[in-house]
Design a protein around this ligand. Structure first.
Ligand code: T1G
Length: 690
């Protein structure tokens, strides 16, 4: 047949095995021989049944995403599935690993599906800004019902084999020996005789669909779409499966797919899919890795406790060190409470909670870190304190142990230089809450050894983090750009914009929340302390802090928070304070548009990213996008600040930056040379040509 597809016989059962590493994507060089094989087997009277299986670690993980945006070579997946459904003899998909997207759709084109106990099945297209384009929105509801199909397709989250069996998506689940079981299953089915109904002709899942309840669920899902088109399209396509004849629903799905796949949102989300994987391939990646058996975490406060949980969740034994038993008890108490909240919410079983807690060992003695292979400190953000900690680590840590700091801003080269082993020192900058936020900035210091870096990147994947390797500068990539984004916040307030107006400009852009609501959530006192340490001022935020208005935790910040509530309420007192401070500075309020707000916040964000690229602090523009989408909630439908700059137009950004530079004289508005190059070449690559 071909390198990507093998054809074998087990008696009267034909076995088609797809072999297209690493994930058996349905690339053209798979689709072509697959179509030929199915036609050949359909017409072969000696074949009683057909099994479609995959070699390697997984069943088909979907269409080949690298083919999107290029002319689609025939046969398309839809044609292959249509051919499958012309086969009268039983067809069985043997699923292991992950059957995702087009892979699950191909399996839905078979009469039957059998799965390995560890298999997962899903339609994650929505995460790429599209919807299933191979009939998944029309066939899946026919097996599992409209509401379950809606939830699977709009969330893009796969389900396990047991759930799939319970829901009627798979017909049998086997532990091991999948292909043999699949062949026996197929043979038995053939022996019993047909006719065998293709999924398209089955409607058991559609009967008794309560459209009112379905529509109510869609309305709820739509509220969370935050400007993304794909979730809405997915819901509409599933509804069509209920209300339209099969072929009409299929045609409608195709029309929605074609519209979405050519749109900016899908381009942005596909960009992010590959960007996250590229970010783990940092320049100088070393293949050798150090073994991480046990992890030491110094500090059981908010960050230290969250970091310790992240490692325990990833299966690592953790030694948690605090300065006193009382501090240790408090820290462990918070960790236990967090896990119990997850159990109460149903996202964690009691057994899993107990298992994770069993991985913790508490101590107040540095000597107990001697058996740790990775030690990370999350102590007070002060250079002298950090150096004292690293001095102790230098004395007790085993040779080759990786010594990491969770600092958000401080110079890691200086910290490394204070030890006898700078090659083992790097930054692991987690984002709060560390056990939840996906982003991990792995900070490469000047002397960090390549194998130490590779080990950290590998570890990040194991604890479910999205790792981006960054260089040393004040604030690394994310926080340095955050400062640029916020540099005009106070000026905008003094000139007439309210916190609510600025936050609305952000949420209308697609951010989960705006900067002032975010400040109230994180605590205004954090920024206040940082500004005081650096001799800086922000008259509005400082005044609020002097009044004890730290945000949600004090019930008042930029906004008011009713007791126990988290939703912000505009506070006339704050708006009066702003107007008073403006009057003291002779600033008269004026109307400020949402466009101006975006220009004075997000254009400096892009510009700072360009400077970071020029300085080599980030290796790629797409790394910066990964930081901002996973660490700060930049809307996925815009692909991250650097991808969005391409959508917005670098020329327009430069023109407006230069305008605001003339108005304010601020350096954040001075266009970076690389941004100007990008305007000419359309690429962030420094050596790109126009
Ligand atoms: N197409 C092309 N390359 C893919 C790919 C895909 N679908 N999936 C993964 N890769 C590459 C990936 O870039 C990486 O490459 C390598 O495989 C290993 O991936 C018609 C239109 C399957 C759960 O969205 O979720 O079907 O970096 O690092 O962590 O309706 O890959 O090694 O060069 O992620 O073990 C729908 C996407 C497509 C699934 C495995 N399917 N993939 O995770 O490995 S659209 C998806 C994943 C579609 C139909 C529509 C994960 C995985 P490199 P990896 P992993």
């Amino acid at each position: 047949m071909s390198n990507s597809l093998k054809l074998n016989r087990d008696g009267d059962v034909a076995i088609v095995t797809i072999d297209n590493p690493p994930v058996n994507a349905l690339s053209f060089h798979v689709r072509e021989p697959l179509m030929q094989a199915l036609i050949e087997l359909r017409d072969d009277p000696s074949v009683a049944a057909i099994v479609i299986a995959c070699a390697g670690r997984t069943f088909i993980a979907g269409a080949d995403i690298t083919e999107f945006g290029k002319p689609m070579q025939q046969p398309e997946l839809r044609a292959i599935i249509a051919t499958l459904e012309t086969i009268a003899k039983p067809t069985v998909a043997a699923i292991h690993g992950t059957a995702l997207g087009g892979g699950l759709e191909l399996a839905l084109g078979c009469h039957f599906r059998v799965a390995d106990t560890g298999a997962k099945l899903g339609l994650p297209e929505v995460k790429l800004g599209i919807l299933p384009g191979g009939g998944g929105t029309v066939r899946l509801p026919r097996l599992v019902g409209a509401v379950k199909a809606l939830r699977m397709i709009v969330s893009g989250v796969p389900i396990g084999a047991a759930q799939a069996h319970e829901d009627g998506l798979v017909d049998a689940v086997f532990e091991g020996g999948l292909t043999t079981h699949a062949v026996n299953f197929a043979r038995e089915i053939a022996r019993k005789g047909g006719p065998f109904q293709p999924v398209r002709d089955r409607d058991e899942g559609l009967k008794e669909t309560d459209l009112a309840a379905f529509d109510a669920e869609v309305a709820e899902l739509a509220k969370k779409a935050r400007g993304l088109d794909a979730p809405i399209a997915c819901a509409r396509a599933v509804r069509n499966a209920v209300t339209l004849p099969f072929n009409e629903a299929l045609a409608a799905e195709r029309a929605l797919f074609v519209t979405l796949v050519g749109g900016d949102q899908s381009r942005a989300q596909r960009h992010l899919f590959f960007a996250e994987r590229e970010a783990a391939k940092f320049p100088g990646k070393d293949t050798s890795k150090r073994r991480i058996g046990r992890v030491g975490v110094i500090g059981a406060g908010t960050m230290g406790g969250g970091i310790a949980m992240a490692f325990a969740n990833g299966g690592y034994p953790v030694t948690l060190l605090e300065t006193s038993h009382e501090e240790l008890r408090r820290g462990m108490g918070t960790i236990e409470k967090n896990y119990t909240v997850s159990v109460t919410r149903g996202s964690l079983t009691e057994e899993a909670r107990d298992e994770r807690l069993s991985r913790f060992k508490g101590s107040t003695d540095y000597a107990d870190l001697a058996d740790c292979d990775l030690i990370i400190e999350a102590v007070f953000e002060d250079m002298a304190v950090k150096k004292e900690v690293f001095g102790k680590l230098d004395a007790v840590a085993k040779p080759g142990a990786i010594l990491a700091t969770n600092t958000s801003y401080l110079d890691i080269n200086e910290i490394a230089a204070s030890t006898s082993r700078p090659q083992d020192v790097l930054g692991l900058h987690f984002f709060s809450p560390a056990n939840v936020m996906k982003l991990l900035e792995i900070v490469r210091a000047q002397k960090t050894a390549p194998d130490a870096l590779s080990t950290a990147v590998d570890m990040a994947r194991r604890i479910g983090k999205v790792a981006v390797v960054v260089g040393v500068c004040h604030g690394f990539v994310g926080n340095r750009m955050l400062a640029a984004r916020g540099s005009e916040s106070e000026a905008l307030l003094l000139e007439g914009a309210t916190p609510g107006q600025i936050d609305k400009a952000f949420t209308d852009f697609g951010w989960p929340m705006g900067p002032f609501q975010m400040g109230d959530l994180a605590g205004l006192d954090i920024g206040w302390r940082n500004r005081k340490a650096r001799g800086q001022a922000a008259v509005i935020a400082d005044t609020l802090c002097e009044q004890g208005r730290f945000g949600q935790k004090t019930g008042r910040g930029f906004y008011l928070y009713e007791a126990g509530a988290r939703s912000p309420v505009a506070d006339p007192e704050v708006e009066t304070l702003i107007r008073e401070k403006a009057a003291e500075r002779g600033i008269a309020a004026r109307a400020i548009s949402a466009g101006e707000i975006i220009e004075r916040t997000l254009y400096p964000l892009v510009n700072e990213g360009a400077k970071i690229l020029e300085e080599g602090i980030a290796a790629r523009a797409s790394d910066i996008d990964v930081v901002w989408v996973n660490g700060y909630g930049f809307p996925v439908g815009k692909g991250g600040p650097m991808f969005w700059a391409g959508l917005e137009g670098a020329g327009k950004i430069i023109e407006r930056l230069e305008y605001w530079h003339r108005q304010t004289g601020k350096d954040v508005f001075r266009p970076a040379p690389l941004l100007k190059r990008m305007a000419g070449t359309g690429s962030w690559e420094p050596d790109a040509t126009a």
